[in-house]
Design a protein around this ligand. Structure first.
Ligand code: TRP
Ligand code: ZN
Length: 470
């Protein structure tokens, strides 16, 4: 349907429905007064993150980066579906200069206010309509400081750059609906000076050099939450292989880290198979890792398909970030309040790995943490895992450690067989989706109907104080 034909139809429908239409458009569905999509999805910790009114289905990013000038330029092509009638909608983007925006191939007007890039298509978009918006932009991408003081967004590295997006950094390098509740597939093409490598999510589809520059084209078919989209540009030693199950492995290591990384990375296929045995079938079409230098980032991140490590990882950290592919990347929290579903499970994966390797059992780790946890994690009993005290604390110790303790309490309650069934059933039920804490507790109760989990949730998940010893 052409844009003008659609407009005519919208007017005709308005006439038939008379008074009902203005009501429907004035906010019952979360839209603004004049068909403007909301400037945030209402996240309890990051209210401006994401946007209402549409769902992105696909991001096509065509980018070029010049490390000497630190300039990123390109076009973002988003395919989205309007979830309400829209005369305007927001994308999240911080910094950069927007040169042109089009909607369905026609120039759209836009303005900017903080992280909101407001786009006004000439013609209103219908509810349910699938539309394409393109944003041409350029500039020096920003490094974003998180509420907890850590740095994300676009990080300059010793020999290039690294894009890390948790929780809100991805808006520094491409415009989008930057909230974990809106996942999409990605095609990312990046042009860099010859000699450098550009690594991203999914599989490398093409690599071609012309005129002193090389374009790397990456394809991620399964849904990606934008905070685990990544781009790593620099000099890397690339190793391509396959796991025993035939899954493609793409590992990029900064040459200065190669020797120290060897032992842990050699076990990556084994970790993948171990994780699939424990958590269920791997949800993506390739795996791997990106290892940069220790000063390039202050932390590791579970970027989809191939996590990023600042320096050679210990095996437990590799286990943690690969476990996130199930817990966080495939089953993604609905809001930033549900972080324990990521970090509790990824931390518990470390306990399980250690147990399976013949180290302390998860029961011993749990007991040690219960008895002496404050010695290592000062703020361990400050707040319950399912209710981080503030945006600055969504990655604090209670989310990780008490989150893992919740998982262990469930295992204690149901026994090993039922526990592994529960874990694998959970990753299957919400594969490639979003889930929150309520979904999780309801799921456990449904699967194990003969037990009362209420005290466990009350004391270990939501309880403010250190639970009494059972
Ligand atoms: N998710 C990362 C990990 O555990 C850590 C992390 C990095 C993080 N940045 C964050 C957690 C922002 C919460 C918010 O490996
Ligand atoms: Zn983690």
């Amino acid at each position: 349907m052409s844009r003008s034909a659609r407009l005519v139809r919208a007017v005709a429908v308005a006439a038939v429905w008379g008074l009902a239409l203005p009501l429907a458009l004035s906010g019952c569905d979360g839209s603004g007064p004049d068909d403007t999509g909301a400037a945030g999805v209402g996240d309890p910790y990051f209210p401006k993150a994401g946007n209402g009114g549409y769902d992105v289905r696909h991001y096509g990013l065509d980018l070029a980066y010049d490390p000497a000038g630190r300039r990123l330029s390109g076009t973002a092509r988003l395919t989205a579906r309007a979830t309400e009638p829209l005369s305007a909608f927001d994308l999240d983007l911080t910094g950069m200069t927007v040169e042109e925006v089009t909607v369905e191939g026609r120039r759209a007007s836009f303005d900017r206010d903080g992280q909101e890039l407001t786009v006004r298509p000439g013609d209103r978009l219908d509810k349910g309509e699938i539309f394409e918006v393109t944003v041409r932009y350029a500039g020096r991408p920003e490094t974003v400081t998180d509420p907890d003081g850590s740095e994300e967004g676009w990080l300059r590295t010793a020999d290039g750059a690294l894009a890390l997006g948790e929780p809100t950094g991805s808006m520094a390098w491409f415009p989008g609906n930057h909230h974990p509740s809106d996942k999409a597939s990605y095609d990312i093409a990046v042009t860099v000076p010859r000699g450098l490598t550009a690594v991203s999510n999914g599989e490398l589809r093409d690599e071609r050099t012309t005129g002193g520059r090389t374009t790397f084209t990456w394809h991620a078919a399964e849904p990606v939450a934008s905070h685990v989209a990544t781009l790593a540009i620099g000099r890397y030693t690339v190793t391509r292989s396959r796991t025993g199950d035939g899954l493609p492995v793409y590992v990029a290591v900064d040459p200065t880290q190669a020797a120290a990384s060897r032992t842990a990375l050699a076990r990556l296929p084994e970790v993948m198979e171990w994780a699939a045995d424990n958590f269920g079938p791997y949800p993506f079409s390739s795996t791997g890792a990106i290892v940069d230098r220790p000063r390039d980032s202050a932390y590791a991140l579970e970027t989809q398909n191939r996590p990023v490590f600042p320096g050679a990882p210990e095996i437990e950290l590799l286990v943690h970030e690969l476990a996130h592919q199930w817990f966080g990347n495939s089953v993604t929290p609905r809001t930033w309040r549900d972080m324990w579903l990521n970090e509790g499970f990824a931390t518990y994966a470390e306990w399980l790995w250690t147990e399976d390797e013949g180290g302390p059992t998860a029961e011993e780790t749990f007991t040690e943490l219960y008895e002496h946890g404050e010695d290592t994690y000062e703020d361990l009993w400050d707040f319950p895992p399912a209710r981080p005290a503030s945006a600055a604390e969504i990655s604090a110790d209670p989310v990780y450690q008490r989150g893992a303790m919740v998982v262990h309490k469930i295992r204690q309650a149901v026994g090993d067989d039922a526990f592994y069934d529960l874990v694998q059933g959970w990753t299957a039920a919400h594969r490639h989706g979003n889930a929150d804490t309520g979904d999780f507790t309801a799921y456990v109760e449904e699967q194990v109907p003969d037990q009362d989990f209420e005290p466990l949730w009350r004391d270990w998940l939501y309880g403010k104080d250190k639970p009494e010893r059972p």
